[in-house]
Design a protein around this ligand. Structure first.
Ligand SMILES: O=P(O)(O)OC[C@H]1O[C@H](OP(=O)(O)OP(=O)(O)O)[C@H](O)[C@@H]1O
Ligand SMILES: O=c1cc[nH]c(=O)[nH]1
Length: 193
C-alpha cells in the first residue's frame, strides 16, 4: 500500500541473546575472510588496532584467524582513546588504557580499527584523532562486530559482523571470553546509552 510503513517493532531487535558463542566465532571467521579478500596484496601491510576495551581482544582474535586462513602473520595493536573523547567531561574520570603499536609502526600501512560496537561513531572519531598523533597510515578502515545504527557523525564501517537494528533506548552488550568469561552479544532494554 502506498505510504505504508513496516511496524516499528520489526525495525528493532528483541531483547535477549543475539549471538551465542558459536555465532560469535562464525562471525569473527567471516570478518577474517573479508579482511583477507579486501586487503589482497596489502595483507602483509595490515595492522589491526583495537579500541579498548573489547576492541583489543577482538583485534587479536581477528589477527589470529587471518593468520590461520591466509598463512600471513598480521600485526596488532591498541589505541587508547580516553583523552581524545569529546565527552570526557560528561563521563568523568576513566583510567587510561594501553596504546601499543607494532615495532614497525603504522606509517604507510593499512590500519584497520577494530571495535565491538558501532553506535554514535564518537569512539571511532576519537580513535582517528589518536591515530593522527601516532603516524600516517596509507589508509584507515573500520571493522566492528556489531553496527547498531544511530550514527551522530559521518562514519561507517568497512567490515560489519552483524547489523543490529535497535531503538535508542536499547543497549548492545558484547561479552568476550578474554574480558567477560564468555562470548555473547546481548540486547537489553532501557539502559539508555
Ligand atoms: O559509537 P559510540 O557511541 O562511541 O559507541 C561505541 C563504543 O561504546 C562502547 O565503548 P564504551 O565507551 O562503553 O567503553 P568500553 O569499551 O570500555 O565498554 C563500545 O565498546 C564502543 O567502543
Ligand atoms: O549499545 C551500545 C552503545 C554504545 N556502546 C555499546 O557498547 N553499546
Amino acid at each position: 500500500m502506498a505510504g505504508s510503513r513496516e511496524p516499528a517493532a520489526s525495525r528493532t531487535s528483541t531483547a535477549g541473546v543475539l549471538l551465542a558463542p558459536a555465532d560469535v566465532a562464525r562471525v569473527v571467521d567471516r570478518m577474517a575472510h573479508q579482511l583477507i579478500e579486501k586487503a589482497g596484496d596489502a595483507l602483509a601491510d595490515l595492522v589491526l588496532i583495537g579500541i579498548p576495551t573489547r576492541g583489543a581482544p577482538l583485534a587479536r582474535r581477528l589477527a589470529a584467524r587471518v593468520a590461520a586462513f591466509s598463512g600471513t602473520a598480521v600485526d596488532v595493536g591498541t589505541v587508547d582513546i580516553t583523552l581524545y573523547r569529546d565527552d570526557l567531561r560528561l563521563r568523568g574520570v576513566r583510567a587510561l588504557e594501553d596504546t601499543l603499536l607494532p615495532a614497525q609502526g603504522i606509517d604507510g600501512r593499512l590500519v584497520v580499527l577494530v571495535d565491538d560496537v558501532l553506535f554514535s561513531g564518537r569512539s571511532v572519531r576519537a580513535a582517528l584523532d589518536a591515530l593522527r598523533d601516532l603516524g600516517r597510515p596509507r589508509a584507515v578502515q573500520l571493522a566492528v562486530l556489531v553496527d547498531r545504527g544511530h550514527r551522530e557523525l559521518p562514519i561507517r564501517a568497512d567490515y560489519v559482523g552483524k547489523n543490529v537494528p535497535t531503538s535508542r533506548a536499547q543497549t548492545v552488550r558484547v561479552h568476550l571470553a578474554e574480558t567477560d568469561g564468555t562470548d555473547e552479544v546481548l540486547v537489553t532494554e532501557g539502559e539508555g546509552r
